[in-house]
Ligand binder design. Sequence first.
Ligand code: SF4
Ligand code: SF4
Length: 297
Amino acid sequence: MLTGIHFLLTYACNFECDHCFLYCGPKAKGTFTLSQIRNVLGELTCIGTIKQVCFEGGEPFLYYPLMREGIKIAHDMGFKTAIETNSYWATSDEDAELWLRPLQEVGLSILEISDDSFHHEEEDNPAKRALAAAKRLDITVSSICINKPTEEIDKQRVKGEPIYVGEPKLRGRGIEKLINGLPRKSWEEFTECPLEDLKDPERIHLDSYGNVHLCQGLSMGNMWETPLSELIEDYSAETHPICGALVKGGPALLAKEYNVQHEDKYVDACHFCSMICLALIERFPQYLTPRQVYGLE
Ligand code: SF4
Ligand code: SF4
């Protein structure tokens, strides 16, 4: 059951992390208008099952007034609210509180902070300052820590061949930057989507172009063309041209169904899936979108 809505407030970010599955960075453009946020939040009441609204990006603090107003409206409507951030703004203990207090005052429930070696050095770490400031302000806070991908010999495996062990979802820039040297497996082994419940999603991500993401760059439809509540009501993975195959047989079936030429081996299911989606992007532009999350202009 769908309980969480995540606003990708912008694809712009002051960072350009190697593992970013949305290809966010300083050159990315665009955000929601306040009236679009109101419109989406209004739709949530028609959906009826939504409990939590999260603002993320990109880096949502780059659009601070809009994010704050979004939190306020969502909170006043009775939703639990959350923000995900790289905490670049926590330049001192005092400043961290300066940025957080106005959010706490309008009802921010949860702050999720990226705190790992992709984002920050150990020394002089703004994530640690943001975490401490949130605790002082009684905001529920948690850290998101993503490890760098590694190769590991799994002793349980019959042949003991190297397997990929790592947390970044290999989609977006992660494929360009992180896969070199990682062990690969035959494409035929990737017969399921390991990370998303495409049949019955618990959360979806919305961008300012109207895309309703089931996974990064895999859209249910466009909410500026069809009201969000209607899109969700009518969604069925079976009839979705990409999700149908992914649910039945993972990226391996998706490649077979559309006869996509591909390599023999991939690091994991998401790596394979991403390459097949990229190959199909011109054929299904309304479902494999926006192009920017595939690293295209
Ligand atoms: S992973 Fe987060 S902090 Fe890094 S570029 Fe992407 S949105 Fe920005
Ligand atoms: S297999 Fe595809 S749809 Fe599933 S999580 Fe990976 S990239 Fe997303």
